[in-house]
Design a protein around this ligand. Structure first.
Ligand code: ZN
Length: 157
């Protein structure tokens, strides 16, 4: 970063407008990818990411099977629908395989849901629910996030 790039950056940090922001979405925890068949997608992603799938897990309440891969500080979650009424099966019928959601890790999912609801984001589940990989999760409707299904997740401790 050059001197001339640093000055506006530092100035921005002291701009009062930024003082009301606090990073509460700590990192991108994972990216969810909808696939037709895990048994075919897992070996492909093992090759792509050069890492083994470390966990598969069925989330029966959502009619999905999931598979997880570590990629640095984030993960990849592959999702396969297990019934036609599964959100993943419907997504694939409509859009084909591909990126389904982006999940942000939060420190306090209840506080974050409250913050976002107050700002007008549509939260799809009123209470956090138990998701895959030992997480409490909730989703934001894509119509309020420029077409991206956003997941908030908090590790269950
Ligand atoms: Zn997810």
């Amino acid at each position: 970063m050059s001197y001339f790039q640093v000055i506006p950056y530092i100035a921005a940090l002291y701009n009062p407008i930024y003082k009301s922001y606090k990073i509460s979405m700590v990192r991108i925890e994972h990216i969810g990818i909808a696939v037709k068949q895990l048994d075919e997608a897992i070996p492909l992603y093992e090759q792509l990411l050069n890492t083994p799938c470390y966990k598969t897990e069925a989330v029966q309440s959502e009619n999905v099977n999931t598979a997880f891969f570590r990629t640095g500080e984030s993960k990849i979650e592959l999702l396969e629908g297990t019934a036609p009424e599964s959100a993943i099966s419907k997504f694939i019928d409509k859009k084909g395989e591909g990126i389904h959601h982006i999940a942000f890790e939060v420190e306090n999912i209840h506080a974050e849901m409250k913050r976002l609801a107050a700002l007008g984001f549509e939260i799809l589940n009123a209470e956090p629910k138990k998701g895959a990989d030992n997480k409490l999760v909730c989703f934001l409707h894509p119509k309020t996030t420029k077409g991206v299904l956003v997941e908030l997740c908090q590790e269950i401790r």
